[in-house]
Design a protein around this ligand. Structure first.
Ligand SMILES: Nc1ncnc2c1ncn2[C@@H]1O[C@H](COP(=O)(O)OP(=O)(O)OP(=O)(O)O)[C@@H](O)[C@H]1O
Length: 246
């Protein structure tokens, strides 16, 4: 995997205007991975990928996810968002439990595989089981992967919904769901799949939505499934605000 420097990522992050506006309250910035109080094995995974300092996205978003907030993040590709939410997701897993605890949804097969690659890399020393539920792959491979155990699932909306409906993927213990590229999911006509998946999760499941823009049906999703979400923009410094309460 190629790695950019934090300076590279800073340039990419700060050069674009925010498409959904800036916020009010201050977000706390965590400038080092050590200050995030991460599991030792996770820190080893971060070091093994040669990541020295968190990108601005990771500085702003990693801890609020770990702390259990529902969050809407607007961030562009290349901001280090995948690594940011994967670190948070791995930190949220209780390694003594073998059930699925985190679900990450991506707009395309390639995006899902990209996320899974970082899950594998960052969790290398954690001994957790993860699996990819990706459309276009053979269903029997998906079934076989789930039978091996799955504490974190990454997938595309159609295949994940299929697994939920066939009760191949138990959702009872899922505590965090991340929807990456929600606007692209919407353009691909897959938002109802996401909505059906979210509907199947326990009430109070933490929901993090990452999207550079907010089409109406994505806003609707936040209204329906989020509780007092924070909105974080990585384009505008210190911009976090509460979205309107339900
Ligand atoms: N803290 C960091 N330090 C150095 N490199 C990093 C850091 N975070 C991410 N990178 C590198 O930046 C690149 C983009 O990271 P990542 O995939 O997380 O970003 P992204 O915003 O999800 O982009 P995309 O949507 O294109 O996947 C990768 O090569 C990754 O290794």
């Amino acid at each position: 995997m190629a790695h950019g420097t934090v300076a590279d990522i800073n340039d990419r992050v700060t050069s674009e205007p925010s498409p959904i506006g800036s916020g009010g309250a201050e977000v706390s910035i965590t400038e080092t991975f050590e200050n995030m109080m991460l599991k030792t094995e996770l820190l080893r995974g971060i070091r093994a990928l040669s990541l020295e300092y968190p990108s601005p996205f990771q500085q702003k978003v990693t801890l609020p996810i770990i702390n259990g907030h529902d969050i809407v993040v607007n961030a562009q590709s290349g901001s280090g968002k995948t690594i940011g939410f994967v670190i948070s997701a791995l930190q949220r897993i209780d390694t003594t439990k073998f059930s699925c605890q985190v679900l990450i949804l991506a707009p395309t097969r390639e995006a899902a595989q990209h996320i899974k690659n970082f899950v594998d890399g960052l969790s290398h020393f954690m001994g957790i089981k993860s699996c990819a539920l990706i459309g276009g792959s053979r269903m029997q491979d998906t079934v076989a992967a789930l039978e091996q155990g799955c504490q974190l699932a990454v997938g595309t909306p159609g295949r994940v919904l299929d697994c939920v409906q066939r009760i191949l993927l138990a959702t009872d213990d899922i505590r965090l769901v991340v929807v990456d590229g929600a606007d692209e999911i919407s353009w691909n006509g897959l938002i109802t799949f996401v909505s059906d998946i979210l509907q199947s999760l326990s009430k109070g499941t933490q929901f993090v939505l990452v999207s550079p823009s907010m089409p109406d049906n994505v806003v609707e999703l936040t209204r329906k499934f989020m509780l007092k979400p924070l909105r974080i923009s990585v384009w505008n410094e210190n911009s976090v605000q509460l979205l309107e309460e339900k």
